[in-house]
Design a protein around this ligand. Sequence first.
Ligand code: GDG
Length: 727
Amino acid sequence: MPKTIIISNRLPIKVQRTENGLAYETSEGGLATGLGSIYKTDDNIWIGWPGTFFTDAAEQDQVTKDLSEQSMQPVFLTESEIRDFYEGFSNETLWPSFHYFSQYAVYDDSYWEAYQQVNRKFCQAVMEHAQPGDTIWVHDYQLLLLPALVREKLPDSTIGFFQHIPFPSFEVFRLLPWREQILLGMLGADLVGFHTYDDARHFLSSVSRIVGWSITQSLIDNGNRQIMVDAFPMGIDYEKYASLAASEEMKEKLTEYREALHDQKVMLSIDRLDYSKGIPQRLRAFELLLHEHPEFREKITLFMLVVPSRDQVEKYRELKETIDELVGRINSSYRTITWNPIQYFYRSFPIEELSALYALADIALVTPMRDGMNLVCKEFVASKLDQKGVLILSEMAGAARELSDALLINPNDLGKLVQAMREAMVMPEEEQKLRIQHMQAIIKHYDIHHWVNIFMNRLEYIKLKQMSMATQYLSAEERDELLEAYRKANQRILFLDYDGTLTSFTNNPQHASPDEELLQVLGCLAQEENNKVVIISGRDRATLEEWLGHLDVDIIAEHGVWGRARGKEWQMLHQLSSGWKKEIRPILELLVSRTPGSFIEEKDYSLVWHYRKVDPGLGELRARELSNHLQYLASNINLQVMEGNKVLEIKNVEVNKGLAALNWLEEHPPGFLLGIGDDRTDEDMFKIMPKEAYTIKVGSKRSLARFNVDNTKEVRLLLQAMCAVEE
Ligand code: GDG
């Protein structure tokens, strides 16, 4: 039975050594709580660190045995690995960078070394348990390299990756010295998921600028595999929180707490200790509230739970001190004999206790500076059975996209935060109910089960899509068939595109002249008397003649404006005019002056705007702008605007490779027909070819061609094999 393998840095269970032997407890944190509740042990395995160092072999065996009964597999990490990989690279490099705290980021090669090494260790653990057909689901920023490591070992596997923290804008991400390796690591997955569309957008922009793979909408294409990128806002186990809040035990607890608090309102704040959560800012705003609104003193208590986390990291220790000082200052300034403004707890609580606090709180204060999603605010809303309560939520939390009925604030704007607290204190019950109701409907629908289903669904979809494209890939058998058909036929025509098909792209088109290997294989095919080799290109005739004119080949230039049979003169294939250039050229010139790196190429009957060297993003933007502008102008003067690979070409409508190729086919109907090309203009050629022709697209983009090959190298190998058939 194929299974799902979940891999995260931490297992959802924490193993601890106690006086009575090993103890197994649930781990805290968003990922563990979220996924823990959907994790069914029978058809899954969960691989991760058990939370404690075990070096003794007997102890390791015991932990492995105990955990495997719950379908978990431990990865044992050493103290130095945790120091450099986890506290170091993960929490001192990636965490601050991804949360827009680049000033806190440490760039240390030894951390990076450890990060790579531990990712390899996780890969080894996956290899020990993965079977063909399994789905591999990698989680979060500690394992960014794992998808590619697994892909290398199991090329056909189904791999999903989900990042629980934000993905920063390119301007921030580019600061990381290891940015390219990190992206390539993530791109080993088939589906890369984030909480919000903005994170997905930032990731796509970094991939385009740093790795340079082509991107159409949310699909990345690396030439042989498509990778989907999408937003999957994570939900919570709604029923769990709603039913915890409804239990008898909870009702009793609530009555007890209410009596102790008299008529005071409760404001609740729950986070792991982290500078991204905005805890000091929240405290300062609370202090300002008490200062500016004396009427609220003794009427409100802030319950602040800070769960210990990463306290070995310097920045976290400093943060803890700041929080301690602020709480001390506020309490000592405002407390009375019967009232303490802040009830501060630095420890973790059992979930029943959290649930009681959610149910008790009148106001939840969730004001991170940056948060991938934030589950605390969703848990608060789900626990409000009487629908009374107000959520104050930071715009910088992923959850703000869904919870627009909260009081949304910018956590840097203390004035607005105080205003929101005041509004929450006096909000009429009717309004509270309306807002909570709306939010509950959303959280209930988009719960954790929905999240898992949608993610798995998309993963399955992209895999199927890849497979349907893979069937077009020219297999070894089909290649043999092609060679056999070629061998048997008397009349053969081979239409070969030039750039991107016979040679790879270069920044300067004039540098793509044919090399010795290419000239040799073309020469070999052309000298065979049954063959007609036709180079069918968008290039100008002078260049093609200079580069290939000495071979025994026919040439079609400028996408079919000109044709030249071997040894003959150039002929115009259609009667064309070029009067329109006067009107269009100034538009292109203006564009070049606005777009550094771009240039105009003038051919006899077309104008081409090249933007390969333009800043990625800007080039595409300008091309779209130009295309829209010209589409309108062009249709009036019988022109077409064609988008190629980083080029936009304007030419007469009659010009197309298909119409040009027809001239050859009508004149010499072949027994064997081959067409190879890589871009949109080659589709016109594939379109007019009979079904049984061997049409081949270079690259994995959708095409009218029957087959795909990966790159120009494979094209050359095929042509060389055809050459060898004759020998
Ligand atoms: C990361 C991202 C993203 C808290 N205190 C206790 C306790 N918790 C539980 C809460 C909640 C979870 O921990 C915290 O989740 P968050 O989402 O708020 O934050 P992170 O831990 O930073 O999580 C975050 C998340 O991953 C999921 O993708 O939302 O943006 O940073 O579930 O209830 N649980 C228990 N005792 C506590 O004292 N038992």
